[in-house]
Ligand binder design. Structure first.
Ligand code: SF4
Ligand code: SF4
Length: 369
């Protein structure tokens, strides 16, 4: 059948290294948790009736003025996510234009819920079409309960001529519905789109829907945090995965306020966090051993299928787990070990630097080099 190619989200070791390296050069803005859909697997537990706040114009304008300086320091990519990020359309358009002016690539993670009619689709493409390099849609059996495939197709096909990279991520629910969705999308989407099939995670509402009863995560996989996560109020976290909103106040990955301190301070704190650096370079084996030594490892956190599910359930209510791991990771002996590991994996320790020449924008998710 013609139509978009179908690929697996599982990559090669080289893909993993490129992803990890590119995450050092990326910032993720969650501009709202609000969303017109209510998918059963939603990581952010979004829903139409939950009136979460939107990124305001003043914060967007301030952060936009910071992007050129961040590009000089090595920022190469920003990502907008939500909820549904196009609900803050003017604000992300403002940030995206500033990013383009600074030769920073832009990705938008969206459901395509704005493809309900031609007028809505034209409004979004007029605001963002010239600034976005990668459109990262999500559509699967869970989205399909709330959004017709024709709407998704209208949104995807509207941006296909405008952006070098258009991906539709399909969470495989393990039923025949996934195959049906793929067939439907192959018939409705232009060939330049890519359909990427990935697993469903028991994170956020997904944890309520599916529960945790896995055989244990693959502890050889590192944390794949996508860059500092900045919420619409300026509060911060490590990633756009389960700790984006889950385990709030209990985990140790808080990098201050981007509203009060600015983006550069948050970006530096994220990169300098030795605990996060440890799990990004070497995974959770050592932190889990530290917790087991102190009798703080809750076995229930290991009854998962993925390390992000474990990460969401690792943190106790009174913060002892977070404090212990932070204290152990602050050992000065750890930094040179991580430096050696980073050099082994990447050839060098990543440092903020005066900007090297930027290759021409090809438009891709941070998974690509
Ligand atoms: S998964 Fe995406 S589209 Fe679905 S409710 Fe959550 S934010 Fe909205
Ligand atoms: S392991 Fe934890 S910090 Fe890393 S991406 Fe997953 S949830 Fe985020």
């Amino acid at each position: 059948m013609s139509g978009p190619a179908v690929v697996s989200a599982e990559g090669t070791p080289g893909d993993l290294l490129r992803f990890q390296r590119n995450a050092w050069r990326n910032i993720v803005f969650s501009v709202t948790r609000r969303c017109p859909l209510r998918c059963a697997h939603c990581v952010t537990s979004s829903a139409p009736e939950l009136q979460f706040p939107l990124l305001g114009h003043d914060a967007a304008a301030r952060w936009a003025t910071e992007l050129a300086a961040l590009a000089e320091l090595g920022l190469r990519h920003i990502t907008f996510t939500g909820g549904e990020p196009t609900l803050a359309l003017g604000e992300i358009a403002l940030l995206a234009r500033a990013a383009k002016a600074a030769s920073i690539e832009v990705s938008v993670v969206t459901s395509g819920s704005w493809g309900g009619n031609d007028r809505q689709a034209a409004r979004v493409t007029a605001a963002l079409g010239q600034s976005v390099d990668c459109w990262d849609f999500g559509y699967d059996a869970f989205h399909a309960e709330h959004l017709r495939p024709e709407s998704l197709a209208r949104a995807v096909n509207a941006v296909l001529p405008l952006a070098p990279s258009v991906i539709v991520r399909i969470c495989d629910d393990g039923t025949a519905a996934t195959g049906d969705i793929i067939t439907t999308l192959q018939a409705q989407l232009g060939e330049a789109a890519v359909l990427m099939v990935q697993p469903v995670y028991a994170i956020g509402r997904g944890a309520e829907t599916f529960g945790l009863d896995g055989a244990g995560p693959d502890l050889d996989l590192p944390c794949m945090a996508t860059g500092p996560f900045i919420r619409e109020d300026g509060s911060t976290g490590p990633c756009c995965a389960s700790l984006s909103y889950g385990a709030a106040g209990r985990h140790p990955f808080d990098y201050g306020s981007a509203a009060a301190d600015g983006l550069a301070a948050v970006w530096r704190r994220w990169r300098d966090d030795q605990l996060l650096r440890l799990i990004r370079l070497a995974g959770f084996r050592l932190p889990l051993r530290w917790l087991a030594e102190e009798g703080l490892l809750d076995d229930a956190a290991l009854a998962t299928d993925h390390i992000c599910e474990t990460c969401e359930h690792l943190w106790d209510a009174d913060g002892r787990v977070a404090r212990l791991l932070r204290a152990r990771a602050a050992d000065p002996a750890l930094r040179p070990l991580l430096d050696r590991l980073e050099i082994e994996l990447y050839g060098t320790v990543w440092r903020e630097a005066v900007r090297a020449p930027v290759p021409a924008a090809r438009g891709h998710s941070i998974l690509a080099d």
